[in-house]
Structure formats: C-alpha cells, structure tokens
Design a protein around this ligand. Structure first.
Ligand SMILES: NC(=O)c1ccc[n+]([C@@H]2O[C@H](COP(=O)([O-])OP(=O)(O)OC[C@H]3O[C@@H](n4cnc5c(N)ncnc54)[C@H](O)[C@@H]3O)[C@@H](O)[C@H]2O)c1
Length: 252
C-alpha cells in the first residue's frame, strides 16, 4: 500500500518563492525545498547568492531562478515577484526570510535604523501578492513567515501578520503560519558574535539546550508547514529556540 504520510510530504514539481534567500535561513530553506524536489524563485537584495547555491539546481534537477530585489521598495519588489511567477509558471508557497537585525542598546537606535528594522511591508506585501496569485490559480497554497522569538518577548516583529492573514486567507484555501527562531548560526548572528563577546556567550549558553541553533534545526518544521501533512494547520507559530522562550539556562 502506498504511504500516505510520505506522499503528504512530497514536494516534487511544486513552486516556491523565498524572500531573503541569498544566504542564511532563506538559503537553507531553499536548499531543503530543492532536496524535496521543489522549484524555488529567490528574491534578495544581494547581487548573487552564496556560492553553493549555483550547484543546487543541477544536483537536485529543479529550477532556481534568482531575482535581485528590495522587498522594502514597492516597484522593485513587484517587478521581481512578477518575474518569479513567470519563471516558475505558478506558485504554491511563499516564505519570507528577508530581514535585518541591529545589535545596539535600546537608547542608541536612530530614527532611520528603527524604521528599517521594523519595515514589515515586505512580509505584508509578499503575502498579499502571493494571495492574489494563488486566488487566480484556484488551488490554495501555504505561506510560512519567518518571525523571531523576540516577538514573543520584547520587540514588535513580523509574527502578528500570520494570525490576521491566516483568518482572511483561509476561505481561499491559503494557509499562513510562522516560525520563531531563537539564536541561529547565520551570517547575521555571526556578525554580532564577532563584535560582542558577551552576546556570543549568551547565544551559546542561554538556551537550556546549551547550544546555538543551526539552519538544519529549522528546515524540518518549514517543510512540514509547507506540505500537505499540515493541511489543517493555519495561523500558528512554531518556536524553535532550544527552549529559550521557556526560560534561560541557570547553572546551579
Ligand atoms: N539568525 C537568527 O538567529 C534569527 C533568529 C530569529 C529570526 N531571524 C530572522 O530570520 C530572517 C533571516 O535571518 P538570517 O539569520 O538568515 O539573516 P541573514 O542576514 O543571514 O540573511 C537575510 C537575507 O535577507 C536579505 N535582505 C535583507 N533586507 C532585504 C530587503 N530589503 N530586500 C531583499 N532582501 C533583503 C539579505 O540580503 C540576506 O540575504 C530575518 O528576518 C531575521 O531577522 C533570524
């Protein structure tokens, strides 16, 4: 008998758009989807993605078109999104991983820096464009927004966009979920660690699991949320933090 579970995780021939996929979490997700047989269009600010991206398409026999775009700029973003849909032919799923972080004391942030960090229009508009396209196709879809565990504790962030979007888009058969990573070893956190030993120590030792997370720790949950195995899951958030959101490790 054919395995229903395996089939529900099958991604071959499905089409994905990933914002911020040139490196870090977005690139790791792109790789995971390619491994599962999915085609991925990447939209990112950088001229080109990290080196190993170029081999992924051949290794896995999938399409991986790349579009240079600023998700905070309406024109640039819309042109790239349209190009991505044309290159793929249709789109089943969206992941929003474009984002920046700034490690500075609260009182030292400038007006411009705060505006830039809280620039959530990219996530909002990506979900809107995605919903428009999926509605036209009439087959439903799934979006996974990359939020942050900081949105559960201190800072306003992307997370809340998943909840209202999931309610409004449910009648169109579109599921919207998010993941909230804790400290994950990427170029973004490496830069911070290289400049602040105290924060570096925090990233490795504060999570009760006593290590920093890796992008491999995230991909399984995202593949699950994108797949048919999660077809009754929408409007939820998965915290992937090594238990950081439960409390910091205290050595006794
Ligand atoms: N690394 C972590 O510990 C961690 C934890 C929680 C949440 N996050 C969030 O996850 C997302 C990805 O983080 P990461 O660690 O992979 O970061 P990263 O800096 O390694 O990668 C982010 C990517 O987004 C792109 N990008 C940034 N602004 C853009 C814009 N305006 N338009 C298009 N592309 C843009 C960058 O060029 C880069 O390729 C971010 O939103 C980050 O805040 C990261």
């Amino acid at each position: 008998m054919a395995s229903k579970v395996r089939a529900s995780f099958e991604r071959t021939g499905r089409n994905y758009i990933v914002t911020g996929g040139a490196q870090g979490i977005g690139l790791a997700l792109t790789q995971a989807i390619a491994e599962m047989g999915g085609n991925v269009a990447i939209l990112d600010l950088q001229d080109k993605p990290l080196n190993h991206f170029s081999q992924l398409a051949n290794t896995h026999g999938v399409k991986l078109p790349y579009f240079r775009a600023d998700v905070a700029n309406e024109r640039s973003f819309k042109v790239a999104f349209k190009g991505a849909v044309e290159a793929l032919g249709s789109v089943d799923s969206l992941m929003t991983s474009a984002g920046i972080a700034l490690e500075k004391p609260f009182g030292k942030h400038t007006w411009d820096e705060v505006n830039k960090i809280l620039e959530v229009t990219g996530t909002f508009m990506a979900t809107q464009l995605f919903a428009e396209q999926v509605e036209k196709q009439g087959k439903g879809g799934s979006a996974v927004l990359i939020a942050s565990i900081t949105s559960h504790t201190v800072l306003p962030s992307h997370r809340m966009s998943a909840y209202p979007a999931s309610k409004e888009l449910a009648p169109l058969g579109i599921r919207v979920n998010s993941i909230s990573p804790g400290f994950i070893d990427t170029e973004q956190t490496k830069f911070v660690r290289d400049h602040n030993a105290k924060i570096a120590d925090l990233m490795f030792n504060a999570p009760p699991l006593k290590r920093i997370g890796t992008t491999d720790d995230l991909v399984g949950s995202v593949v699950y949320l994108l797949s048919d195995a999660s077809s009754y899951t929408t409007g939820t958030d998965i915290a992937i933090t090594g238990a950081l959101h439960v409390g910091r490790q205290i050595d006794t």
